[in-house]
Structures are given as C-alpha cells and as structure tokens.
Ligand binder design. Structure first.
Ligand code: F6P
Length: 537
C-alpha cells in the first residue's frame, strides 16, 4: 500500500516548492525565451501550450514524481486490461474498449469484449443508415424525420454535446431533439409541432429505471398511441439503448430494437457506447467511425507516452497544482467555438460526478481537496459575462481555452475576430497591465488601482486545425483521462456515484405525500414546504 498522499515526500516537496515560487510572476518567467516551446506539447492533432502557468521545469518534474508515487502507470494498465478498478461496484472500467479496433483483445472475466462492441456498432450503423435514407418507415409508412432522445445525465449530455459539436457533419433534414428533465415542460415543448407518424423515440438509459427517463418515456408512449391509435406502432417508433433487456421488454419495446451496452461502461463515459445512436443517426456511420478513431488515438497516446509528454497527465497535474497547492476551487473550460457550447456542461458531469468524493479508496475521509467545480461557456460570450471576475476578482480560476484555426463557417472576418479574442484573453490573464504602464498612458491617479490587472492568472491553450469528428474524439478522451489521473492521485474511486442516491430515495418517499394528504414526518422546514405546495398546487 502506498503512503497517504499528503505524507509522501513528493507531496511535501511540492508544498515547499510552492511556497518558493507562488509569488513568481509570469512576466518574469517569460524572460526565458525557450519557455513557450518548452511547455508546448503535441499529441495527435492537438496542441497544448501550457507555458502560461505558474510553473517552472522544476515544478513539472516534481508533479510528475507525484504521479509516479501514486503508481499511475500500474493503474492505467489496470484500466486498459479490464481489471475491476471500480471496486465499490465490482466492475471493470472499459470505455476505452468502446473505441478499440476490431482486432483488439480486451478481456473482462476471461471474455474478449471487443467483438460484442463491434456487433453493436454494426447494428447501430444499420439502424442509422435506414433512418437517414428514409428506408425506416413509421407505422403509417412515412419516413422518420424527427428523432427524440429521452435520457438524462450520461445518457443525454454526451449525445447533446457531440451532436452540437458536429452539427456541420449532420444530415440537416433530420430534426434531432433531446429530452432529459422530468419537468413536463421539457417534453411538452420538444413535441410541439411534431408529427407522430414521422417521429422515432430513443429511450436511452443504462439502468432503464431512472425516474426522469422512464416518466418521459411513458409520456412519449401515450403521446404516440394517442396519435397512432395502435399498440403495434411502438415497434416502429421506439428503440432502446440500455444494459437492462428485461426492463426494456417490460416497457413494450421489442429487444430486436434494443442496442446493448455493458456494466463496465460508466454512464458519464458512455457516449461511444450505444448511447451514441442519436449522434450516429445525425452524422452517419462514417463520421462516427472517424470520431471513434480520434478517441482511440488519444487512448493510445495516454497509455504509451511518458508522463512528461503525456497530454492528459500534464493537464491533470496542472489541475492538481492549483487545486491542492494554490487553493483554487474551480476550473473553467472556455471553448472558442459555438459548436462546443455544451462541452463544459458535459465535463461538469464527467468531472464532478467522478471526482466529487471525500472518501479515499481505503474508506477514510481524505485530508486534501479532491475534484474542482467545473464550469464554462463558449467565448466570446463569457467575456461579456464572467471574465471580469477571472481578471480582477479575488479568486484564482485556472482556465482551459480551446480553439481552432479553421472555422466551419468562414463568414467575413468572424473567425479572426473570435481567435484574436482567444489570444488576447490568455495574454491579458497571464501578463496583466501594470500601474506604471497606466501612468505612462496618462491615466488619472485615482483610476490606476481600478485599471490595473495583476495578471499571473493561469491558462492552458488547447488548439487544433479544425473541429472534425476525430478531433472531438481526441478532446473528449483527453479530458476523460485527465479525470482518471486526478482520481488516482487523489486516491478516490472515480467510477462510482453513490452521492446521487440519497436524493433519489428521499424523492421517492416524498412523491406520494405530494399527491395525498398523509401525515408528514420530516424536519420542520421540509414539512412546511410540502404543506405550502399542497395548499397552492
Ligand atoms: O445521476 C446519476 C446517474 O446514475 C448518472 O451517473 C447517469 O449518467 C444518469 O444517472 C442516468 O442513468 P441511466 O442511464 O441509468 O438512466
């Protein structure tokens, strides 16, 4: 067993190193002409410039030593070889198998899972081909024009994010909508104006028991039957993405219309499982294959590159540097691409549901910070909303800027303006603006403190030539593996999510109390709120 994180010499070395360099300013660090090149990394189609961080070569060496002290190499191999590293659920963690090539061999309990993965991919390709070509007909013989994906959390955020990101690759005459919230408003608005004869529902749920999804699925079923007036219509208008065949057939969906996945796929890591079906329908099997190939490239990089040149490892270590040694609570993800508008929201679940844990793998309360708060919006909108606080607030917020050289929509000078803002923001955050330069510009003395920018605010710049399916796959895998590395170093289990259970159980108990006038036995606040609801509903 490894020594407790904060007692390791590698941790202590970082603590004392931090107290030595925490006041070093990037203005001075950049006096070294080789700095930008030294702290720039290329992996496949991605470029990471991490020179605008409060680090030196010594910092990076010490962070890499910390990763080694956590047996990271061993854990990476354990994940890739199907060991049951999700110990509290006794499961392997094999989202990497979902994008492995056909001839790969990855075993769980002595069985190679890769052939089953490719069988489902083939089934998805056949279904999406039929829908895209109009060959899949609804109950009354009309082709499908609307796809309504019903799912929540990992069964929603990934497909939504990737559908938005890859919209330029999508078949535009298909209307793809996503329903997640149990609030009836979500499905009511999504179904507005849709013709049931041309609508296919995809019920996406790993467990097929999630309250929100099952409630929406039953409402969709009623809506469909009200319009088509025939139970036999369900076979043509509903498919399921799930690990739970019994619950799927109990709902009334023929298991021939079920696309399977497995308990070794975590919900928030399931985008490349059957959960990707709405995306494949949108962009087609060829683009989807390119997306998987992109993921796989990053998987191979992560598994094989030395830590000092390993992009997910470097991002993870920089995150730990600020989270644990500078006391930064949050991390912003700022894509300068409108198509990436849901990327931060996707990794809000990916990161916070994975690493929002205070119990260590040995079952004790940790004595160090774990997962950060993840948030963000696309640039430049964020600049006109919350960047003020990043520049001049009292909190340190490390930011990942993500941008592309080529636009999918090269209209006039929009793209150069967009990217000029990207570069300007990272520059301003790092170098700020001094009182002396304001004075030289003739700024009145009383305004100088207000107009001064301290700078020294860390950013990573992640760039690629263009947001292609392959590049999106590389980016998602980059962040997935970053989260993995951090979880290993923080000594927590990243692949369970027990913290979501209590609320679900309590909601189940409260539900009948909202429908009947039974006696209430909660705390005084909850009782009063329920009574107010009952009196005014
Ligand atoms: O929020 C908890 C959670 O279990 C997530 O991990 C998961 O992505 C989501 O619910 C949806 O679960 P399911 O796909 O089983 O409906």
């Amino acid at each position: 067993m490894t020594t407790k994180l904060t007692e390791r010499s590698e941790w202590k070395a970082l603590e004392s190193h931090c107290s030595e360099i925490k006041d070093a300013h990037m203005r001075d660090l950049f006096a070294d002409a080789s700095r930008a090149a030294r702290f720039t990394l290329k992996a496949e189609d991605l470029l990471l410039d991490y020179s605008k961080n409060r680090i030196t070569a010594e910092t990076m060496g010490k962070l890499v030593a910390l990763a080694e002290s956590a047996d990271l190499k061993k854990w990476i191999e354990a994940m890739f070889t199907g060991e049951k590293i999700n110990a509290t659920e006794d499961r392997a963690v094999l989202h990497v198998a979902l994008r492995a090539p056909k001839d790969a061999v990855i075993e769980v309990d002595g069985e190679n899972v890769v052939p089953a993965v490719h069988a489902v991919l083939d089934q998805m390709a056949a279904c999406s081909g039929q829908i895209r070509s109009g060959e899949w007909k609804g109950h009354t013989g009309k082709p499908i024009r609307n796809i309504v994906n019903i799912g929540i959390g990992g069964s929603d955020l990934g497909p939504v994010m990737a559908y938005e990101a890859l919209k330029p690759y999508s078949q535009r005459d298909l209307n793809i909508v996503f329903v997640s919230n149990v609030d009836g408003t979500h499905i009511a608005e999504a179904l507005q104006g849709l013709d049931a004869e041309e609508t296919l529902f995809i019920v996406a749920s790993k467990t097929f028991t999630t309250q929100e999804t099952m409630t929406n699925a039953h409402s969709a079923r009623s809506w469909c039957l009200d319009a088509l007036k025939d139970e036999a219509a369900i076979a043509k208008h509903f498919v399921a993405l799930s690990t739970n065949a019994d619950a799927v057939s109990e709902f009334g969906i023929d298991t021939a219309n079920m696309f399977a996945f497995w308990d070794w796929v975590g919900g928030r890591y399931s985008l490349t499982s059957a959960i990707g079906l709405p995306l494949m329908i949108a962009i087609g099997a060829d683009n989807y294959t390119e997306l998987l190939a992109g993921y796989h490239k990053m998987d191979v990089h992560f598994r094989t590159a030395p830590f000092a040149e390993n992009m997910p490892v470097i991002l993870a270590l920089l995150g730990i540097w600020y989270n644990n040694f500078f006391g930064a609570d949050s991390q912003a993800i700022l894509p300068y691409d409108q198509y990436m508008s849901r990327f931060a929201a996707y990794f809000q679940q990916g990161d916070m549901e994975s690493n929002g844990k205070y119990i260590s793998r040995s079952g004790e309360k940790v004595e160090w910070q774990t997962g950060p708060i993840i948030w963000g919006e696309p640039g430049t909108n964020g600049q006109h909303a919350f960047y003020q606080l990043i520049h001049q607030g009292t909190k340190l917020i490390p930011c990942d800027f993500i941008g592309f050289c080529k636009s999918q929509n090269p209209i006039g000078d929009h793209h150069v303006k967009l990217m000029a803002n990207f570069f300007a923001q990272t520059q301003a955050l790092a170098f700020g603006k001094t009182a002396e330069s304001l004075e030289a510009e003739g700024v009145p003395a009383e305004l100088i403190p207000h107009k001064t920018f301290e700078g020294n605010r860390p950013t990573n710049s992640i760039m690629a030539e263009k947001l292609t399916p392959s590049v999106l796959g590389q980016l998602v895998a980059l962040y997935e593996h970053k989260i993995f590395v951090q979880g290993i170093i923080w000594d927590i289990y990243s692949f369970d999510q027990w913290g979501v259970e209590l609320g679900k159980i309590l909601a189940k108990a409260i539900l009948p109390e909202l429908e009947a006038e039974s006696a209430l036995a909660h705390d005084a606040s909850t009782n009063a709120l329920i009574e107010y609801f009952r009196a005014n509903k």
